[in-house]
Ligand binder design. Structure first.
Ligand code: FA5
Length: 344
């Protein structure tokens, strides 16, 4: 009996230091299993006197509880170690970009559009959005271009079912602006426009324009040229961009102008982008025609305004000296990856 109790004491140490779950299980069977040491000792109690039996029984019970608690603690430790090991092995950082996938860059059109929006917002302009599928009335009639007007041929149109069309310019958003705001107001409207025309180095069927409009009392050409100059200085980061202003005809402005920029691809010497003229049409503009104000619900006796329609795609071409407009919508990564680091 004495020897067996000594073995029990050593058993506690063995349970606490069992190196593996298998070793732990073996010690458990040996000590507290059905045929283990405790069971063995219990059997031997029959030979004891009643007093000794009570004392030994108590001792055995305590020993059994102690051993069981040690076994469970050791087993829990093994379980949590195994869980930690599994967690470590299966740990996944969902924020790590997948291998081989480039994070991408912001498209140059979007970059410049954002810069221009920030500039105009800082000068009190609202940024407006308009539908790409437009009504004929907004795209033409309300801009003083009735159905029989020859100016409709200036912009070859993609017609869609139901008499609607893909807007040929961002000018219909001027009309929506007049219907939305109470004058005085200032707004810009960037967006995609569509023309059913032959594609070449400087013409796309889908390109981006940015419309601008200011309506107030006593708006003059001086106001218009101030904003145009501020825009170009900001985009090109210098004051000395070579531009020319010439008369231009658009039924919705009077007087109307074409603001051309000296071609930055060939520095004015002539290339396919400027059709060998040295100049690129960039920024048509003018004072809003009284009829357009009227159709927009404003009284031309009280209000005047200027408007412009920046060819944003051409502006991007000039800023980066891109020699063919077809690069812009190509989605070609060799082209796109030149425009800055990864997405911010
Ligand atoms: C217009 O679209 C007028 N709505 C602009 C306007 C607004 C005038 C307000 C007056 C007042 P235009 O058709 O010229 O005008 O086009 C404007 C600019 O878009 C051009 O100067 C040019 O930079 C650009 N653009 C025109 N056609 C194309 C094309 N096919 N591909 C790329 N850019 C083009």
């Amino acid at each position: 009996m004495e020897q067996l109790f000594a073995a029990l004491e050593g058993g506690l140490e063995r349970l606490n230091s069992a190196p593996t779950t298998e070793a732990l299980e073996a010690v458990r069977v040996e000590l507290i299993g059905r045929k283990g040491l405790i069971a063995e000792l219990s059997k031997g109690m029959g030979k004891l006197s009643p007093e000794e039996r009570v004392a030994t029984g108590k001792k055995l019970n305590e020993a059994k509880q102690t051993l069981e608690a040690a076994y469970e603690a050791r087993q829990a430790a093994f379980k949590s170690a195994a869980l930690m090991q599994r967690l470590e092995a299966e740990w996944l950082d969902l924020t790590v970009p997948p291998p081989g996938v480039a994070p991408g860059v912001i498209h140059p059109i979007t970059q410049i559009q954002t810069e221009i929006e920030e500039l105009f917002v800082s000068m009190g302009f609202a940024v407006l959005d308009g539908p790409e599928v437009e009504t004929e009335w907004h795209n033409f009639d309300a801009l003083n271009i009735p159905p029989t007007h020859p100016a409709r041929d200036m912009q070859d149109t993609f017609w869609v079912e139901g008499g609607h069309l893909l807007r040929t310019h961002t000018s219909p958003v001027q009309v929506r602006g007049m219907q939305t705001f109470k004058p005085p107001f200032r707004m810009i409207a960037p967006g995609r426009v569509f023309r059913n025309e032959e594609v070449d180095a400087s013409h796309e069927h889908t390109f981006t324009q940015l419309e601008g409009m200011m309506v107030d009392r006593d708006v003059s050409i001086a106001n218009l040229t101030y904003f145009m100059k501020t825009l170009l200085a900001k985009i090109f980061g210098r004051e000395d961009v070579t531009v020319r202003l010439r008369p231009g005809y658009f039924p919705f402005v009077e007087p109307g102008f074409e603001l051309d920029i000296q071609c930055m691809v060939c520095e004015g010497s002539g290339c396919p982008v400027c059709k060998h003229s040295g100049w690129v049409e960039l920024l048509p503009c003018g004072l809003v025609h009284p009829q357009v104000l009227k159709l927009g619900g404003l009284d031309p006796a009280e209000w005047g305004g200027f408007a412009f329609g920046l060819g944003l795609t051409r502006l991007v071409m000039m800023r980066y000296a891109i020699d063919d407009i077809r690069w812009i919508n190509s989605g070609d990564l060799r082209f796109l990856n030149q425009f800055g680091g990864p997405r911010a």
